[in-house]
Design a protein around this ligand. Structure first.
Ligand code: GCU
Length: 424
């Protein structure tokens, strides 16, 4: 009896101290506990990955399966675009600098119908052009000051300061995010921009009754199974469907699509790049926890914090790693490695410690082993570069001054990275 009481007391002490430890978010490097990152070139059975064949036939599929079952969740079925409706095109956008095209992709199943609006700005040339494909946070109309852009009718998180009231955008919402989208620079550099409001695919709320998830429910099902997709995987799925469309668009070079995302949308871009090899380049802007940052460092946002604040982002199985990152059979450098040998850019910001810049850098560094095995230079440096000193191999990285954001500085590097890899 005494022994049992002692064990109970001891385990409750261990439990409370583990939780107490996590009450404080680690934002001081000296407080990062000892952790072990699994070697990307060692298989679960302990065997070493020695060749390109070992990587593509054995290690890559195993890692992809772990991320699918334990982290993001699997897509429960197949569903293609039912209809493409082009709303309008113009050869006179951006004061004559660009073409604009607006269209919707419709998805239909049983009596469900989903509309995903796509806005494209393309350089005026007779050649097919490389493009950046990127989700936006509040609707296509927020990206650029152009009255011709259709206002989204989808649910958008309220933000009265930019005219989003009762979850609907208004005229006041136009161009409200244009700081993040240097459209003219992108066009002048010879790239197109293809953008979609991410909430068209799945509204960003803890509710699986809307967006794409219900299309795959069996009778009586109200939420995905524990190994099935959360919202990040749904958004990644949407990027792949956009790619299905881009492969058919006569103005786009679909072999040169760079999928880009900021923050939660960076997580989605990385997962899209890992699951869909048609993306020729992947760009993660401050994607942080569940994106480019190593989870096992538990610096900044942790698995428990993200699963608590955003219970709908990952699959239910991911919850078992709350406060137990050490049990994760993978870490995020392995997600980055799944993109290899395709060009990958990881960016951090000094003022965004929440996303763990060092953890993002280390992740890119550890992923480099796979790029090297595949005959590419991964990250060209071993130590974290200084602030505002981008480095570019097949993996690029920068940490810039400033806060959590997608800025013209970031875009300048992404355009440079695309020039390096797409225009050689
Ligand atoms: C929150 C969240 C991050 C996410 C970010 C964003 O800060 O904790 O994980 O990246 O939102 O999407 O802006």
């Amino acid at each position: 009896m005494k022994k049992l009481a002692f064990i109970l007391l001891l385990s409750s002490f261990i439990w409370t101290s583990a939780h107490a430890q996590r009450e404080n978010v680690i934002s001081d490097e000296s407080k990062v506990p000892a952790y072990t990152v699994p070697d990307v070139l060692t298989r679960l059975n302990g065997k070493k990955v020695k060749s390109e064949k070992d990587w593509f036939k054995k290690q890559r599929p195993e890692l992809l399966k772990i991320f699918t079952d334990q982290v993001y969740g699997k897509v429960p079925g197949v569903l293609g675009i039912s209809e493409v409706k082009v709303w309008e095109t113009s050869d006179n956008a951006l004061n004559g600098l660009a073409r604009r095209k607006q269209l919707s992709l419709f998805f239909k199943k049983n009596n469900l119908n989903l509309e995903v609006n796509v806005l494209m700005y393309l350089p005026k040339t007779t050649q097919k052009v490389p493009v950046f494909l990127a989700y936006n946070f509040t609707g296509n109309h927020a990206v650029y000051n152009d009255p011709a852009i259709r206002l989204t009718e989808s649910w958008v998180a309220n933000n009265p300061s930019v005219g989003i009231i009762n979850n609907k955008v208004t005229e006041q919402s136009r161009a409200s995010a244009n700081d993040r989208w240097p459209v003219e620079e992108i066009i002048k550099a010879g790239y197109g921009l293809v953008t979609i409001y991410y909430g068209d695919v799945d509204p960003d709320k803890d509710d699986f009754s809307d967006g794409i998830h219900p299309f795959f429910y069996k009778e009586g099902q109200t939420k995905p199974e524990s190994n099935e997709w959360g919202s990040i995987a749904a958004w990644a799925w949407g990027l792949s469907r956009a790619m299905d469309y881009l492969e058919k668009d006569p103005m786009v070079d679909s072999k040169k699509v760079a999928v880009l995302g900021h923050s939660r949308l960076g997580k989605a871009a990385l997962w899209a790049g890992a699951t869909d090899p048609r993306f020729a380049m992947v760009i993660s802007n401050e994607s942080g926890c569940g994106g480019a940052a190593l989870s096992k460092r538990i610096y900044g946002e942790t698995v428990e914090i993200i699963n608590t604040s955003f219970p709908h982002w990952f699959c239910e199985n991911f919850l078992q790693y709350d406060n137990h990152e050490e049990l994760l059979p993978v870490d995020q450098h392995m997600l980055l490695a799944l993109i290899g040998p395709r060009p990958l850019y990881v960016a951090s910001a000094e003022g965004d410690q929440w996303a763990d810049p060092k953890g993002e850098f280390l992740s890119a560094k550890y992923a480099s082993a796979v790029y090297e095995l595949l005959g590419k230079e991964g990250l060209p440096v071993k130590e974290m570069p200084q602030v505002n000193h981008p480095v570019m191999g097949a993996i690029g990285y920068h940490i810039r001054t400033g806060k959590h954001d997608l800025t013209p500085y970031d875009w300048t590097q992404y355009i440079g990275f695309a020039d390096k890899h797409f225009k050689k």
